[in-house]
Design a protein around this ligand. Structure first.
Ligand SMILES: Cc1ncc(COP(=O)(O)O)c(C=O)c1O
Length: 355
């Protein structure tokens, strides 16, 4: 097919871009999957039970357009006004909705140089200007280097792929100074010691993004939500698809908010936090530098004969998937999702043999 024809079909910005590279999702159930920060534990019993009652003739009907029943349940649990909540098909969809509502060609968006790698892709799609602020040697964020004129500033709390949390005071001081929105991506916050929800209560330009993909063990269900000022949510609602969250997802999301489900989440989080600290220590003993993580993954860096890429490939050959990034600052680093104790032990054993 001739290039000339294709260039008439798509925007130059899209033709030029590479697109996001999602982590591998192999079909082989024997693979130890420590590459995409999912939970190693099954969803709670009420969720699995709810699923059995969902597949019936009601599938012919559209779901609630704005997932109001689920929004009410979230409102109650998190003590946030219903009008200030939007539910999405994963938190990724909410990021797309936010970009569509807020960012036009040439608008500035900014984020740390190391963070969730979807933000730059969404910026490219909208032909936005971007600014990356380099995290310092201890992966802290020099907020003074951010522009105060950006449409949106993005940061993770905890921030991937390191898993550290920036100072709440500094986040708030920046939010008060900037003229734009501040999106705090709390995908991993249930594994952390604190969160930024209270900051958003007092700073109307802060949005708090959450997902059920990690601590709730529901990555396959695709359910995210955002807490923000009702006037922000009102604008986002205009941009979303009419029925953006399907019927099954809404019902499973509701089941995930029952007290029994929340108890399961709490137990799983406790196990993962314990394993995270054990894994950190074991990797440090093997000569890796591993910053303290507040998430369900760790970033392990090591220079030696075997590059991070070859460690990743060797582990893959042994049926263990972890994440390796081609980012220049991460060339010697591996991001490892915390699995079950058995999975973690297998990884450490194979890694030791390789080194
Ligand atoms: C920081 C961050 N935000 C958002 C997401 C996307 O989550 P979801 O599965 O809700 O789309 C991820 C997925 O890994 C993530 O790491």
């Amino acid at each position: 097919m001739k290039n000339k024809v294709r260039s008439n079909w798509f925007r130059p910005a899209v033709l030029k871009m590479k697109g996001y590279t999602p982590g591998e999702q192999p079909n082989d159930p024997t693979v130890i999957k420590l590459n995409t920060n999912e939970s190693p534990y099954a969803p709670s019993a009420p969720i699995l039970k709810a699923f059995q009652y969902l597949v019936d003739e009601r599938l012919r009907l559209y779901p609630e357009p704005s997932a109001d029943t689920l929004r009410h349940a979230l409102s109650e649990l998190y003590d946030w006004p219903v009008e200030g909540i939007l539910v999405g098909n994963g938190s990724d969809e909410i990021l797309s909705i936010l970009f569509a509502a807020s960012v036009g060609k040439g608008d500035l968006v900014q984020y740390p140089d190391l963070t969730y790698s979807l933000y730059p892709i969404l910026a490219q799609i909208r032909e936005a200007k971007t600014k990356e602020v380099k995290l310092d040697v201890s992966f802290d964020l020099p907020f003074e280097k951010f522009s105060t004129n950006a449409r949106i500033t993005f940061l993770g709390y905890p921030n991937p792929p390191i898993g550290n949390c920036f100072s709440l005071k500094k986040i708030e001081a920046f939010a008060r100074k900037t003229k734009g929105l501040v999106l705090i991506d709390e995908a991993y916050v249930d594994f952390a010691d604190g969160n930024c929800l209270d900051l958003a209560r007092f700073n109307p330009n802060i949005l708090i993004l959450r997902t059920m993909s990690k601590s709730f063990s529901l990555a396959g269900v695709r359910l995210g939500f955002v807490f923000a000022h009702p006037e922000i949510i009102e604008q986002l609602m205009k941009v979303k698809d009419s029925y953006n969250v399907n019927r099954v997802t809404q019902a499973l999301g509701l089941a995930a908010l029952t007290s029994e489900s929340l108890e399961t989440v709490k137990k799983n989080v406790k196990k993962i936090r314990f394993e995270r600290d054990t894994m950190t220590e074991a990797l440090r003993n093997m000569g890796f530098s591993v910053p303290d993580s507040q998430a369900n993954f760790v970033l392990a860096t090591r220079t030696g004969k075997l590059t991070a890429e070859s460690l990743y490939k060797n582990l893959k050959n042994k049926g263990i998937l972890i994440r390796y990034f081609s980012h220049p600052r991460l060339r010697n680093s591996l991001r490892i999702t915390i699995g079950t104790p058995e999975q973690n032990r297998r990884l450490l054993t194979e890694l030791k043999k390789l080194l």
